[in-house]
Each structure stands twice: as structure tokens, then as C-alpha cells.
Design a protein. Sequence first.
Length: 182
Amino acid sequence: MTDLEMDKPRLLIVDDDETFCNVLKSALEKRNYEVLIATNVTDGIFLAENNLPEYAVIDLRIGYESGLEMVKKLISLDDNTQIVMLTGFASIATAVEAIKLGATHYLTKPANADEIVAALHKNEGDSSVLISENPLSIKRLEWEHLQKVLMQHDGNISAAARAMNMHRRTLQRKLDKKPVRE
């Protein structure tokens, strides 16, 4: 390993989309990061245990696994790791849980490399963030409620469905749909 490589901060990407991982890896290497990628939680944990990262970009849904488990593991290894939770399935409940578990920031896909790097280095909140004048739609409120109940049951779809008096497959279908923006 050269001196230049030793000076690069190590960044771990864990996302089940291999193409996305490779594109993001290339973009972040151009920004002077040493990048490791994993497409499942098991491989992500193995890489983290053997190559402790200073930074991590973790997808919320990694196949059928929760990226929240990856955040929890990374923080248990080193609570100074700066973690960005990245997701196409954003909800208030998952954002709160990600931050409680130790993520530094939470971004929705699509996010580019510059946005991710900015989030990795953002350590304080921003009181100037604009507050929406429009209330959430009924569909978005339903999505948020489903996510909240799912988080209360540690991601267990069957338990969450029972808690809402809903068939498990109905809940699973609702969760598989992309959430409406507002």
C-alpha cells in the first residue's frame, strides 16, 4: 500500500444494487476515498470487522434485510463511524430509527456522490431547513403509519400485520410499493 492510499479515508458501501455500488464506488474513489462494497449485510459486517471504515453509506433495504442492523453493527464496532442511511423507501419512522442507532444523516435516492459526501461530513442540524406548508397526503400518512408499526415490531412483517389486523400479504404488498412523495 502506498502512502497516498494510506491517507485515503476508508468508506464502506452496503447496498443490494451491485450496479449502484460500482458507480458510487468509482465516483467516491475520484473524491479520494478508499471504497469497499458489499451487497448484503453478512458481507458488509465481515468487511467492517476486518477493515474498519471511517465512513459508511448503507441502504435501508438490502435485499430482504434491514440496513438498520448494519448501522447498529458499525456503531458497535466504532461509534465514530460517520454513516449515511440511503433509501428509496424513506419514512419518518426509519429516519428516526437510523439516527437513533447512530447514522449521521439520512438521504433519499436518487442521491449523487456530492450529496453523499456532504452528508457524511455534516455533523450538525440545520435550523434553516424550510418547513412544508402542505400536510401529508392520506397515502403518505398510511405509508408513514405502516413504517412506524413495522419499526415497533423490529421489521417483522407478520407481527406488524397482526398488530394492524391486516393480512401479512396485504401488508407486504403495501410495503413493496414505492411511497408517494407527499
